[in-house]
Unconditional design. Structure first.
Length: 75
């Protein structure tokens, strides 16, 4: 399991894609990111599945941060 902090990311989805590409098959990632509006959270669910991962959990960390837990299942 690896924790990835993308709260300061300028391009969240680009950085998330790079993180997923570097992950090993069956590796679990806990990704922390900032939300401006909830649409980013909803988009991240689809993005994760489109990139060969299974969404394991999603929760609000505090007022501005969100956490998703995912497992890479394919390339």
């Amino acid at each position: 399991m690896r924790r990835v902090d993308l709260r300061k990311s300028k391009d969240f989805f680009k950085d998330l894609e790079n993180t997923i590409k570097k992950a090993k098959i069956n590796e679990v990632l806990v990704v922390l990111f900032e939300i401006g509006d909830f649409s980013v959270v909803e988009k991240s669910f689809a993005f994760v599945s489109e990139h060969g991962c299974e969404l394991l959990n999603s929760l609000k960390f505090n007022q501005v941060d969100w956490t998703i837990t995912l497992k890479k299942v394919s390339k």
